[in-house]
Ligand binder design. Structure first.
Ligand code: NAP
Ligand code: GLV
Length: 312
């Protein structure tokens, strides 16, 4: 099996780890690391992440592209994407668990008024602020796919009042489902902590704008663990400055790395993390990718195929 690793967007130490893990499972694998591709027509499978647009069309015998992340927005906007080659996105327990940790961490942070306790500490002030029971705290998830569902289940374990907003109706036990255009405003009106885990598509771009933020109750919080393009930055900053939104935790940005002069870095109500909410762990992901390669080689459809008409 000849595999090309074309992941300039991943850390350089990742390639040897992928090579070692895949070779342990399939000893005769020929694992090539871009740009040392050898003969392009030999490449059978491509592992890619944040590739150089145009680069994926160079492999005439590629049987599949395995995207080493959950969100395929970078991939689908490549005008030279070989659309006839199946694309398999990453669905993996390590990634899912890490995203859920992030969501739970930051929901708990706001639920337990941690920003206010931090401010009290800075003033050496002892003030036992009260917080509601989790069952009285309304968390709203934009997106209830692989990642949103796991986060929802873990939030339910803490007892939070959880709702979701999606394209199609959902029936995850314990989660109130809203969907489509008509479900959007009612979903926002009941949501005190909004968590975005949507794919970035033309329909979801800029979804966290002034209209959305205004519909949230006074003092609501926003957590964006999806893509920077979901947020209209000027609208969010205005809503934070007016006090309507009490705080925002942002993992993803229009431009990454977040430029040094961006107002988010120093905004007192913004917590910035550097696109680490959910991470790809070769250790957990390698076996699933090999399983996908085996399915394709056996002429069977692999799991987690991207639907290019939906864009996710
Ligand atoms: P997924 O399984 O495909 O789930 C996507 C969810 O979004 C589905 O519930 C879907 O609704 C909903 N959705 C899509 N378009 C919609 C629309 N126009 N209106 C309403 N709902 C819509 O994806 P996933 O694996 O959970 O990943 C979600 C996203 O997380 C990724 O695309 C990526 O952007 C982001 N992510 C970020 C990080 C990070 O570190 N920051 C890490 C991993 C992933 P239906 O079920 O009704 O289709
Ligand atoms: C990370 O952002 C991913 O999409 O997996």
């Amino acid at each position: 099996v000849i595999v090309l690793y074309n992941c300039p967007g991943m850390m350089s130490e990742d390639a040897p780890q992928w090579r070692a893990l895949l070779t342990r499972l399939v000893p005769d694998i020929d694992f090539r690391v871009w740009p040392d591709i050898g003969r392009a027509e030999e490449i059978e499978f491509i592992l890619a992440w944040k590739h150089k647009p145009g680069d994926l069309k160079r492999y005439p015998n590629a049987k599949a592209i395995f995207w080493l992340g959950a969100g395929v927005d970078h991939l689908v906007k490549d005008p030279d994407l070989p659309r006839q080659v199946p694309i398999v996105r990453l669905v993996d327990d390590g990634l899912t668990r890490s995203m859920t940790e992030y969501v739970v961490q930051h929901v708990l942070h706001y639920h337990r008024r941690q920003d206010e306790f931090d401010a009290l500490q800075r003033r050496r002030e002892w003030n036992q602020l009260v917080y509601p029971l989790a069952r009285h705290r309304k968390v709203g998830l934009l997106g209830l796919g692989v990642l949103g569902s796991d986060a929802a289940e873990k939030l339910l374990m803490f007892g939070f009042d959880v709702a979701s907003w999606t394209r199609s109706p959902k029936s995850l036990p314990g989660v109130q489902s809203f969907h489509g255009e008509s479900g959007f405003l009612p979903f926002l009106k009941r949501t005190e902590i909004l968590v975005c885990i949507l794919p970035l598509t033309p329909e979801t771009t800029g979804i966290i704008d002034a209209r959305t933020l205004t519909a949230l109750p006074q003092g609501a919080f926003v957590i964006n663990a999806a893509r920077g393009g979901h947020v209209v930055d000027a609208d969010l900053i205005a809503a934070l400055d007016s006090g309507h939104i009490a705080g925002a935790t942002l993992d993803v940005f229009h431009e990454e790395p977040l430029p040094a002069d961006h107002p988010y870095w120093v905004h007192p109500k913004v917590r910035v993390t550097p696109h680490v909410a959910g991470q790809t762990f070769a250790e957990t992901a390698a076996a699933g990718i090999l399983e996908g390669m085996q399915s394709i080689s056996a002429g069977k459809p692999p799991k987690n195929l991207v639907d290019l008409t939906k864009g996710y």
